[in-house]
Ligand binder design. Structure first.
Ligand code: APR
Length: 388
């Protein structure tokens, strides 16, 4: 496994549970991967998948269950109770906590090998029967070569494994949303008991609880904007304005401990495998954080890949690996399409185009006037589906 994110560590833990020998290579240190704030919303089916594989003990003790979200637009608040419609809920559990649990389970409990801080990872012979991965060892500075039956490319959006898919055999589908999001982490308790989406003529704003002490906020901004243009006062004034609505409690303000501009885009690599190299998670597909789907897709891939590798290595059954890419991509595209649909609802209001603004408002209002539209939204927001 190249990469010790949720995808690589989940694949590794599944392999270790079946007694398969494996190695995880990670460029960052253990300290960094265990403290890096990323996503934080996990869908119920994904938690069940982790639990079935003995990977959700701490999560189930510590995660918060969310049952509703709130939309704010035209100065009003609209609560949307998705659990009432689906019987399912979201788990809120910061990704770094999940990664911490997974590192411990993989390395400390299941005895999986892991090398942190490696440099210059390269893949060799991925189309052959005996692929290899080499890396520079952080202590000795020497290049080491590891031969393997399979390589799992789980090294995220900026990794190197994707480049080993032969150019003529893969397609990269990319979508740019044409907006930026200023991603913020505030040292402040959540200001609502649920996720809040604000659709405002000045731009989208989002509020997402992460823990009792830390809250994630998003502010739509021009793509390529600099975080330096967003001093503390401006951020909070803009959040207050965009998330303001009749009867809304005031925002609990706090020090901003992270401030990054995301150029909102998504991509999908197809197919997600070549020879004995299988990509999983952000290495294969990115979903802009519009619908909190990235972590869930990474886990979905990892379950399929882990189980498929175990079947191939312990039973000689390659069928799951043969169907791996198609099985992952069905859910990937479903989530991509939902993200695109939702993005228009978020950004239409501030697009400067009255036609898009009117259509976005109609899309929003329908969620609260049509039970069928509400049910469909709830199902897609929670990733409830029967296939893929
Ligand atoms: N070699 C080894 N490791 C690498 C390399 C490399 N060349 N490049 C990156 N990595 C590591 C990163 O340091 C990171 O720890 O790979 C790991 C990839 O982890 P994630 O980026 O968390 O990706 P993934 O496991 O696919 O999980 C997807 O991450 O970006 C979020 O919101 C996204 O929640 C989603 C999740």
């Amino acid at each position: 496994m190249v990469g010790a994110g949720p995808a690589g560590l989940t694949v590794g833990s599944i392999l270790r549970a079946a007694g398969v020998g494996c190695l995880v290579l990670e460029t960052a240190t253990r300290e960094v991967v265990e403290h890096r704030p990323r996503a934080g919303v996990i869908e119920e089916w994904a938690v069940r998948g982790l639990a079935r594989r003995g990977l959700a003990r701490t999560l189930l003790e510590r995660a918060q269950a969310h049952t509703e979200c709130e939309f704010r637009f035209a100065g009003e608040r609209y609560r949307f109770g998705y659990t009432g419609l689906t019987g399912r809920h979201h788990f809120v559990y910061p990704q770094q906590f999940l990664v911490t649990d997974l590192v411990r389970e993989y390395a400390d409990v299941r005895g999986g090998e892991i090398r942190f801080g490696v440099r210059d990872v390269r893949l060799h012979g991925t189309g052959s029967a005996r692929p290899a991965v080499s890396y520079v060892c952080p202590d000795s500075g020497e290049r080491r070569v590891v031969e393997a039956d399979f390589v799992a490319g789980c090294d995220g959006a900026r990794g190197v494994t994707r480049a080993s898919l032969p150019a003529g055999r893969v397609r990269l589908a990319r979508h740019d949303y044409g907006v930026g999001w200023l991603a913020l982490l505030a040292e402040a308790p959540p200001s609502s008991d649920c996720v809040v989406f604000g659709m405002h003529p000045r731009g989208f704003a989002g509020h997402m609880a992460r823990s009792p002490e830390v809250t994630r906020y998003y502010l739509q901004c021009p793509p390529g904007d600099s975080p330096e243009n967003w001093p503390h006062e401006r951020v909070w004034a803009e959040l207050r304005e965009r998330l303001g609505a009749a009867g809304a409690p005031p925002l609990a303000e706090g020090r901003l401990i992270e401030k990054r501009v995301l150029d909102m885009h998504s991509y999908v690599v197809e197919p997600m495998a070549f020879g004995r190299l299988f990509l999983a998670g952000d290495a294969a597909h990115l979903t802009a954080p519009i619908a909190a789907k990235g972590l869930n897709l990474a886990l979905h891939d990892a379950f399929l890949l882990g189980d498929g590798l175990v079947a191939a290595l312990t039973k000689g059954d390659d069928s799951a690996l043969a169907g791996y890419s198609d099985a992952c991509l069905a859910r990937v595209w479903d989530y991509q399409e939902f993200s695109q649909w939702l993005a228009e609802m978020y950004h239409g209001t501030a697009s400067g185009d009255p036609y898009r603004a009117g259509a976005a408002l109609a899309r929003l209002r329908r969620l609260f006037s049509s039970p069928a539209a509400a049910a469909e939204f709830a199902e897609r927001y929670l990733g409830v589906r029967t296939t893929g």
